[in-house]
Ligand binder design. Structure first.
Ligand code: P6P
Length: 341
């Protein structure tokens, strides 16, 4: 019998809040509202094949990517769940070009919410795990008016909370407020997220690497050498590693968080900034992995230290077990030192 206490997400959030006398309860209620949106999105994604909610919506997002019906559904569900709680001054979504103001009839709060409503959605029709990613900041603009773009363009180290929901063989919500990473599994029969993974710590070194090897010819020489190095045999360093790549960031990083390993979406000669979005994917995942004892960099500097300049900018990301990320940085530095092509 597991010794994990029987604990709902709501109860756990309140318990965590009680440890901070200065807490107002605002953040707790914000996280609780997010979990309601997650339950509704989970309900739709787990029956997507049955209710004609698959396929493309015919629209494209700010990145020129075709939007799936479920992408837009998840975006709308999050907006409707979060716009009236009185905790937020502004929101921003990976699926919407501009910041999202809180409707005038609702109270303005002190928090800022950024979210990727359904990451990995290109996999939806193939029934592959997908996820929602969220990131929470405290506003920096003057307290009285609506939130601003400036509130949304803060470096990742200023996040006060981050998390994701993975819609897979089960639905799990994983979040951190900076002290520990906690995982909750949805029990659909009672509609509650129950504590299943308290205080997740990621192994310092893994045996799994996740990267789209189809981009090999475009990679930095240091990345090329690193991946080839992983494939050599050496028992002392547990090589060769296993290659695991789902093509859904939340699923790949969730597995590596629990098992150990490294996920890489580097910049390359075609896309120097890589593919993943700094504000909606890289920063929240970086906060989580660091709180679990891992590391996240762009190959040169900490992801959380990047000062954003635009809402939808991309960043190269190398994230996971600390020793593995440090090794990639070493290969990159050596290749640069030797001016390798
Ligand atoms: P590629 C999904 O479209 C996504 O944004 C991430 O979830 C995933 O890690 C990445 O793109 C996959 O990209 O180029 O390997 O298909």
């Amino acid at each position: 019998m597991s010794n994990t206490p029987f604990m709902t997400l709501e109860r756990y959030i309140v318990d965590q809040e009680r440890r901070h006398p200065e807490a107002t309860g605002e953040l707790s209620r914000l996280l609780s509202d997010l979990s309601i949106a997650a339950k509704i999105i989970a309900r739709e994604t787990t029956k997507a094949g049955l209710i004609e909610i698959l396929g493309f919506s015919g629209s494209t997002n700010v990145h020129g990517e075709s939007q799936k019906v479920l992408d837009l559904y998840a975006h709308d569900m999050l907006f409707k769940a979060m716009d009236h709680g009185g905790h937020l001054c502004v929101m921003a979504s990976e699926e919407q070009e501009d910041i999202i103001h809180i409707p005038k009839q609702h109270r303005i709060g002190k928090y800022v919410l950024l979210f990727d409503p359904l990451d990995g959605s290109s996999n939806i029709d193939a029934n592959v795990s997908i996820g929602t990613i969220f990131s929470i900041y405290t506003r920096i603009s003057p307290d009285d008016g609506p939130g601003t773009l400036e509130d949304c363009l803060q470096p990742g180290y200023k996040q006060i909370a981050a998390g994701y929901v993975i819609y897979g063989s089960s639905t799990m919500l994983v979040y951190t407020t900076g002290s520990g990473v906690h995982g909750f599994t949805l029990d659909p029969s009672v509609g509650e997220f129950l504590l299943s993974h308290p205080n997740i710590k990621t192994p310092k070194k893994g045996r799994i690497y996740s990267i789209n090897e189809g981009n090999y010819k475009y990679w930095h020489p240091g990345i090329k050498r690193y991946i080839k190095w992983l494939q050599e045999e050496d028992q002392k360093t547990s090589r060769p590693y296993s290659s695991r790549y789902i093509g859904s960031m939340v699923a790949d990083i969730h597995r590596n968080l629990l098992y150990g390993g490294i996920f890489l979406y580097p910049g390359d000669s075609r896309n120097p900034q890589g593919k993943l979005r700094l504000m909606y994917e890289c920063n929240p995942m970086a906060m989580i992995i660091e709180a679990a004892g891992g590391r996240a960099s762009d190959g040169y500097k900490r992801i959380l230290d990047i000062q954003p300049t635009s809402l939808h900018e991309r960043a190269p990301i190398i994230i996971g077990s600390e020793e593995d990320v440090l090794m990639v940085e070493k290969f990159i530095a050596e290749a640069d030192l030797n001016n390798e092509d």
